[in-house]
Design a binder for this molecule. Structure first.
Ligand SMILES: *Cc1c(COP(=O)(O)O)cnc(C)c1O
Length: 487
């Protein structure tokens, strides 16, 4: 790219943009040829790239060559059809196009006036999605509540925790911060604990209540009530409860209705984290998993996980937007404008941590419009059926067991220790995970439940078909045979 700098030359964008789209399309076409889990060693890239930036411009082709030769080997391919780790992080043509458009417009939509369409489209698509999930009307923008796109579920839980904290402190006085207590379970995502650290909630007052296999690792309302009573008798102030629909370890669903009633009784903010499993609830047959969401003050679902919307897009709905605004708004002179001062508009800067925000609603809008609700439901059902299929394969091999009920597209399973020695079982499954992932043919992840090392098989990459699940199971069986044979 010799000569003068032309950073916004439309014709150059056309030419290079086409090259880049071709590059990405070819990547998707050949994605199965890469090891799913990157096999490089720490620090590998330092050895391949120069120590300082080039003084003179380089050609795009040279950069793309470097991407091919130096970058892609260090990429773990989350879009591979053989990716079954953690939870999925979907890409799609529609999501990609939305990202592209958002990058092209590149506005910063902190206040309505900075791009009215960005604020209004976000309100509209979150109302659409809220209706698809049959969320109670109070979560829609027509009333006192509404939806907002956060970057991640971690930010979602942080902003509602801050809103809840300031709401209760207004009532009991600022000096009581150290008395505030937060409740979740030992299966709640670590984002809750991080939110407590940031919000100044004392970590000793972050109750991650114990769960066990008898209730499939769901938070027990009785245990919650006991904990609340004990805390109150010690002069502490319960103020926030986080329930999960689709926990990170085993996709358990907490009993929302019972938990919500307890939260209400004690005047606590009730947040429902459905980051992964919320997507499934657009299907009528899975909507039951968020029954009880009527009791919630806030609800969160990650469109960037299992909903074909490229990262990042975490949808958060609240019933009382003023609680967020009370906690997070500022009104400096340099941002004052007629629409905001007249209170006629939503200014999303007051619903989030940063000031600046991207036009993220575009990609969700693209996904909803280019695919439609019926296709999205079919997409979810297909993955759940593939997970059922995998579950059947595991059940059919007596060397393995399924260790938690499969509700969505996650199967938790393990290789049984031949000698019933649990310590050996943990090492065996750890070795199986390592061996399977080292083949580069699949990528799965693990968790620990009741002290047992468990393998997680999460279906949800857009390119995954039945043949990939069959092949993945073959890898796991072969590696298991090798491990068991060498004992
Ligand atoms: C993935 C996940 C999170 C964290 O999501 P981020 O968007 O990366 O912050 C939180 N809670 C649950 C239940 C999750 O599955």
């Amino acid at each position: 790219m010799e000569g003068e700098l032309r950073p916004m030359d439309a014709e150059q964008l056309r030419e290079y943009g086409h090259q880049m789209v071709d590059f990405i399309a070819d990547y998707y076409k050949t994605i199965e040829n890469f090891p799913v889990l990157s096999q490089v060693e720490p620090g590998y890239l330092h050895k391949l790239l120069p120590d300082s930036a080039p003084n003179q411009p380089e050609a795009l082709q040279n950069v793309l060559d470097d991407v091919r030769v130096k970058i892609l080997p260090g990429v773990t391919h989350w879009q591979s059809p053989n990716y079954f780790a953690y939870y999925p992080s979907n890409s799609s043509v529609a999501g990609f196009l939305g990202e592209m458009l958002s990058a092209g417009i590149n506005m910063i939509g902190f206040s309505w006036i900075t791009s009215p369409a960005a604020t209004e489209l976000e309100m509209i698509v979150l109302d659409w999605l809220g209706k698809m999930l049959k969320l109670p009307e109070e979560f829609l923008s027509s009333g006192q509540g509404g939806g907002v796109i956060q970057g991640t579920a971690s930010e979602a839980v942080l902003v509602v925790l801050l809103a809840a904290r300031d709401k209760v402190l207004t009532r009991v006085g600022k000096d009581s911060l150290k008395k505030l207590v937060v409740y979740g379970s030992d299966q709640t995502h670590s984002a809750l604990q991080k939110a407590c650290q940031i919000a100044g909630v004392h970590l000793d007052n972050c109750r991650l209540l114990k769960t066990d296999s008898s209730k499939n690792y769901a938070l027990s309302p009785d245990i919650l009530c006991d904990a609340i009573s004990q805390d109150m008798s010690n002069g502490l102030i319960p103020f926030f409860l986080c329930a999960t629909v689709g926990t990170t370890s085993s996709a358990t669903v907490d009993p929302l209705l019972a938990l919500g009633k307890i939260a209400k009784k004690y005047g606590m903010w009730f947040h429902v984290d459905a980051a992964y499993a919320g997507s499934a609830c657009i299907c009528p047959e899975y909507r039951c998993y968020i029954d009880g969401v009527e009791e919630a003050d806030s609800f969160n679902m990650n469109a960037h996980k299992w909903f074909l919307t490229n990262f990042d897009c975490s949808a958060l709905w609240v019933k009382d937007r003023n609680a967020l605004i009370q906690s997070l708004s500022t009104n400096p002179e340099f941002l004052k404008n007629k629409a905001s001062q007249a209170n006629m508009v939503v200014d999303y800067k007051d619903w989030q941590i940063p000031l600046g925000r991207r036009f993220r609603s575009l990609k969700l809008w693209m996904v909803l419009r280019l695919y439609g609700v019926a296709n999205l439901q079919r997409y979810i059902r297909n993955h759940i059926n593939l997970a059922k299929y995998f579950e059947g394969l595991v059940t059919g091999d007596s060397r393995f067991e399924v260790v938690a009920p499969r509700l969505f597209s996650l199967v938790c399973f393990r290789l049984l220790p031949p000698d019933n020695d649990e310590n050996h079982g943990n090492k065996l499954n750890h070795d199986l995970l390592d061996a399977a992932n080292s083949t580069g043919k699949i990528f799965i992840s693990h968790t620990v439940l009741s002290g047992k090392y468990i393998l997680r098989f999460a279906v949800g990459a857009p390119l995954t078909e039945e043949r990939h699940v069959t092949a993945a199971w073959k890898v796991l069986q072969d590696e298991a045979s090798a491990l068991l044979g060498s004992l």
